[in-house]
Design a binder for this molecule. Structure first.
Ligand code: F6P
Length: 532
């Protein structure tokens, strides 16, 4: 499928793309919509390459697949489910059918219930045994944690509700650290789990219940649940009035727009939460209507495919120069890697090309003082994705924001331009001479010609965050659709879960490790010797 693109890449691979980057290219190889500008001009994609990439979208039927997703068709074929997280932000409530049934009345009714509850918690009308709620603990993992945790941090300037804490890890250190900060009599615990069976979440939920029961008579009254499994929430003792359900056509890692976003809604208030939904919906409309060349999710996906499947760059660094987005890389790791980390195509055949890339990153400028060394001078090329706001929320520290912006732009410039040997020599000429000058200069060479893209926006408001998250969701969709994989299942997490369940009695010493491989048995023995 990628032959022509690979041949094109081979013919331009040695070109220094810096030589192409002028004003015209900057305009031609950027796309703008709403509050976003995506600049992909600092890459080796040229007009012919882009045409071939766009051609891929047509050859793989991405438009039809996109329309099928929005129309509620069961595009998650291995689980026989529709993929309709977009319905959760369909605020005007235009009809969306699943199996002939309009799902919007229920979606909007649940949103309104969430809003009523969030308002009660925020106003103090909803009380714990000790009075108004001061702390909310969201217990969930993966998609039931990363989205709201990322967004609560991202929208900290809008946070005017009770304190929000997130517990995900089954490691007791996680929940113990949070419980120590909270008063059980004024704490609301939200158990967030699509399935309500996830062992980490259920274990932490029971720990929170036991903690609260030491000082609160009716613990159930201070618990809420977010789940598709309402029977299981009842069995846990949570009253239906505080259970916010959603349908199985909302994937875990796509679920923050609905009930899984309750902690975010309590933190920033229903109006700001609606603004977040509006941002997501605006990106949906753009994705559905814009021609491919101007279509941000499509172009972001094509740049990803160019770097990963065509150039063979196996990883992608997400580098938000926006400290509020500190959790975005972790959030995107699940969104992108759980969605597109698949080894077979939709029909079960082994994938004849690489699946989605490794996604990683940290906020700038912190990363500059940690791993950028490798990005600039290491032997592997790592495409970088920068995010930058024109304005921060810290108006009194405007000069710091300008410094941040300068750093962000300088990094993409440095990656592109590099520094050749002559320039490196001139940098050290005053200090060294002869062979030593040559040796010292070589250490200061930057090859450059390293690609990056920049996503710029005016300010990280709820609406802009909604646009950013929906942009990445649709990017994942487009990459998956081109690769012909199912982006909406996650069978790859099952084996580890099954083996952990089987190993638990071995670790506890109730079963011996005889059936285990030598390495696992020896590690169990070592940990048991030291008190596990
Ligand atoms: O194990 C992976 C996974 O199923 C994710 O896809 C999901 O987001 C996470 O676990 C949590 O699942 P749940 O919301 O059902 O507890």
């Amino acid at each position: 499928m990628f032959e022509e693109l690979k041949a094109h890449h081979a013919s331009v691979a040695d070109r220094r793309f810096e030589t192409m980057v002028n004003d015209t290219r900057a305009a031609e190889f950027s796309a703008e919509n709403g509050d976003m500008r995506l600049d992909y001009s600092k890459t080796n994609i040229d007009g012919a390459g882009r045409d071939l990439l766009i051609d891929l979208l047509d050859r793989t039927g991405v438009a039809a697949k996109r329309d099928a997703m929005f129309a509620g068709e069961p595009i998650n074929e291995t689980e026989g489910r529709a993929v309709l997280h977009t319905a959760l932000r369909n605020l005007e409530g235009g009809r969306v059918y699943v199996d002939g049934q309009d799902v919007m009345p229920e979606v909007l009714a649940t949103l309104e219930r969430m809003e009523r509850f969030a308002k009660e918690v925020r106003s103090g009308d909803f009380k714990g045994q000790g009075g108004a709620i001061t702390d909310v603990i969201n217990i969930g993992i993966g998609g039931s944690d990363l989205g709201p945790a990322m967004a609560v941090k991202a929208l900290a300037p809008y946070h005017d509700g009770p304190r929000c804490h997130f517990v995900s890890n089954v490691d007791g250190a996680d929940i113990a650290g949070v419980l120590r900060q909270c008063d059980p009599k004024t704490t609301l615990v939200i158990v967030a789990s699509k399935t309500f069976t996830t062992i980490e979440t259920m274990t932490n939920a029971r720990t929170a219940q036991a903690w609260m029961s030491e000082s609160v008579a009716d613990t159930g009254a201070q618990f809420a649940a977010l789940s598709t499994a309402e029977d299981k929430t009842a069995a846990f003792g949570i009253a239906p009035t505080r259970v916010f359900g959603f349908a199985d056509w909302v994937g875990g890692r796509y679920s923050m727009w609905g009930p899984i976003g309750l902690s975010l809604m309590i933190a920033i208030g229903p109006d700001a939460f609606r603004a977040f939904l509006r941002g997501g919906q605006a990106m949906d409309r753009h994705f559905q209507a814009a021609p491919w060349k101007e279509n941000l999710p499509a172009m972001l996906a094509l740049v990803g495919i160019w770097h990963n499947q065509i150039c063979g760059y196996a990883t992608r660094a997400v580098l938000p120069y926006d400290n509020l987005l500190a959790r975005l890389p972790a959030y995107l790791q699940q969104l992108e890697m759980e969605s597109n980390g698949k080894g077979v195509s939709m029909d079960g055949a082994k994938l004849p090309y690489d699946s989605g890339p490794v996604v990683w990153g940290e906020p700038g400028t912190n990363g500059q003082h940690a791993f950028y060394q490798l990005i600039h001078q290491g032997t592997r090329v790592i495409p970088c994705e920068f995010l930058i706001a024109a304005r921060s929320h810290e108006e009194d520290l405007h000069h710091q924001h300008q410094l941040l912006v300068a750093n962000c732009l300088a990094q993409s410039e440095a990656l592109m331009r590099g520094r050749d040997l002559d320039e490196a020599r001139s940098k050290v000429a005053g200090k060294f001479s002869g062979d030593e000058l040559e040796r010292q200069a070589r250490h200061r060479v930057f090859e450059g010609n390293r690609p990056s893209i920049t996503l710029a926006y005016p300010q990280l408001t709820p609406e802009v965050l909604g646009q950013i998250i929906a942009l990445y969701e649709h990017r994942v969709f487009v990459e998956g659709a081109v690769l012909g994989i199912n982006s909406y299942d996650q069978w790859g997490v099952e084996l580890g879960k099954e083996l952990a369940t089987a190993l638990q009695p071995v670790v506890e010493g109730e079963e011996d490790a005889s059936g285990k491989d030598g390495s696992t048995a020896a590690l169990v023995a070592f940990l048991q010797k030291h008190g596990v």
